[in-house]
Design a protein around this ligand. Structure first.
Ligand SMILES: [Zn+2]
Length: 240
């Protein structure tokens, strides 16, 4: 075989391999839009590598976020804008209207938190409840979202994500048969309840920029804190 022919063959093989790689790559993206950063988020997609960062990025586009909830069949209602001196207040609030009730009723969170909670309830919380307890969760006890305060509630330091309703604190869960699971009591209590709580915290880590639990510090002994802090396209995560 002449040297020119060999070179030509090598080039042809390289070109074929490149084309195969491109076809396989686009097939992969079509089948796994949740695992690449440039595809559009859809609430029906399974949770993937970039679901969390895409949810957090919805904070910059409240209209898109509300449309996404409506397209995903979520019944939440747009809430009134809260005007407050910066950095407090929000314009993208959603009043949660869910089959799984939030107690007390009337919880309003930022739209990215509402969207993440919708996926979390469906793909993390309910499957974990069925696996551990054989029952669905009918209600989630919470300690609110919006609160114009700094981290740790002191007079100094960075403002909390709660100051823009971009966070939610969850105290516990009520099962369809009346049983209760409490973060305070069960985090280090009954093994199956403790395992359930860790599982729903870990699932929160995949959907929220920040997920903090009793293991983080004493201030979180009685609740799971989930927030959608803006940390850029790749989305630095904090999960403790
Ligand atoms: Zn919190």
């Amino acid at each position: 075989m002449s040297r020119a022919l060999k070179r030509w063959l090598m080039l042809a093989i390289a070109a074929i391999l490149l084309i195969v790689a491109l076809i396989e790559g686009s097939a992969y993206v079509a089948a796994h839009p949740q695992d690449v950063p440039w595809t559009t988020l859809d609430l029906d997609q399974p949770i993937g590598r970039f679901t969390g960062p895409k949810l957090a990025a919805l904070g910059e586009d409240p209209r898109r976020c509300r449309a996404l909830l409506a397209e995903g069949g979520v019944q939440d209602r747009a809430a009134a804008t809260i005007e407050a001196s910066a950095p407090c207040g929000y314009a993208d609030g959603m009043r949660l209207v869910r089959e799984t009730q939030y107690r007390p009723a009337g919880l309003v969170t930022s739209c990215p938190v509402a969207a993440a909670l919708a996926i979390w309830e469906r793909d993390i919380l309910q499957p974990a409840a069925l696996r551990h307890f054989g029952r669905r969760i009918t209600a989630i006890d919470h300690a609110g979202s919006y609160s114009c305060r700094r981290i740790g509630s002191g007079p100094e330091g960075r403002f909390s994500e709660h100051a823009t309703a971009d966070a939610v604190d969850i105290l516990g869960f009520r099962l369809a048969d009346g049983r209760r699971v409490s973060v305070l009591r069960d985090w280090t209590g009954d093994p199956s309840r403790a395992a359930f709580l860790r599982e729903v915290r870990d699932g929160g880590c995949r959907l929220f920029s920040t997920a903090l639990s009793p293991g983080y510090n004493a201030a979180h002994a009685d609740h799971l804190h989930f927030d959608q802090a803006a940390r850029g396209a790749v989305g630095g995560r904090l999960c403790r």
